[in-house]
Design a protein around this ligand. Structure first.
Ligand code: NAD
Length: 253
């Protein structure tokens, strides 16, 4: 069977791993890109055990100079890239006052979340444009409710995610003529290793009514939204933003 190739960054754990498993279930072969080899091989094992096809490519997406090698490795294994899912991201190293953010912290968050994701998207876009395939193709970026909602003690994270939102609009326009759909998914408060340290704080805030659908989001909630965007040709929906946040971003009075 010739399965379409989907590249998923941040695929070792959390939201990225759930997306990789979901797309494998609908018949895609998955290039799992992540810096965490131990968990990456676990996700790889789950896909193989369930009858899917995958490759784990160890990489740090903030190292733009490695992108050519990463893409070549994925394509050598899986052929033309049909889908890119940008899931890799890091939180602010320290939750602290906006007035105390250090340049190193700012640069490392931007380097992964925005700069690395931007240049990987650029490199994959060029491959997609040059491909002779005219089958549906899509790029989906996992941003955050923080594109819009400000969390003052994680300023650099919020800025990086707002940048991804504009990135989605720009690539949607640039790739529209090539019939490549470009989408943004904005998760709310999702139970993953990233939110482990603040879990009790959000348990309390969710119990107090912060989220209209009164529960944590799960990685599978985000994965379902990705599936909707890639299972069929959705290129005419390009530029669409999907909130996966239980109603958190609905303005209320
Ligand atoms: P996570 O920390 O559990 O997983 C992130 C994955 O990205 C890890 O496997 C990590 O190894 C990988 N990664 C980090 N830096 C990398 C790099 N430089 N190169 C390659 N891989 C790298 O986080 P998560 O909660 O699953 O988040 C996934 C995405 O969703 C992130 O972009 C995050 O900002 C976003 N998001 C998460 C939440 C949430 O509540 N968990 C909410 C909104 C948005």
């Amino acid at each position: 069977m010739n399965r379409p190739l989907s590249i998923v960054t941040g695929a070792s754990r959390g939201i990225g791993a759930a997306i990789a498993l979901e797309l494998s279930k609908i018949g895609m072969k998955i290039a799992l890109l992540d810096s965490d080899k131990i968990n990456g091989l676990k996700t790889y094992g789950e896909i193989i055990d369930s009858g899917g096809e995958a490759i784990f490519v160890e990489c740090d997406i903030s190292k733009v100079e490695d992108h050519k090698r990463i893409i070549q490795e994925a394509m050598h294994w899986g052929g033309d890239i049909r889908f890119l899912i940008n899931g890799a991201g890091i939180s602010s190293p320290v939750r602290d006052d906006l007035l105390k953010i250090q340049p190193d912290a700012f640069d490392s968050v931007m380097g992964v979340n925005l700069r690395g994701t931007f240049f990987l998207t650029q490199a994959v876009s060029i491959q997609m444009i040059n491909s002779s395939s005219r089958e549906n193709r899509a790029i989906v970026t996992i941003s955050s409710v923080n594109t819009d909602q400000a969390t003052v003690d994680r300023g650099e994270y919020c800025i990086s995610k707002t940048g991804l939102s504009m990135m989605t609009k720009l690539f949607a326009l640039r790739l529209a003529a090539h019939n490549i759909g470009v989408f943004e998914i904005r998760p709310g408060i999702i139970r993953t290793p990233m939110t482990e340290k603040v879990a009790s704080k959000y348990d309390k805030r969710i119990a107090e009514g912060l989220v209209p659908v009164s529960r944590w989001g799960y990685p599978a909630d985000v994965a379902k939204a990705v599936k909707v965007l890639v299972a069929e040709d959705t290129s005419f929906l390009t530029g669409t933003v999907i909130n996966v946040d239980g109603g958190l971003s609905i303005p209320t009075l």
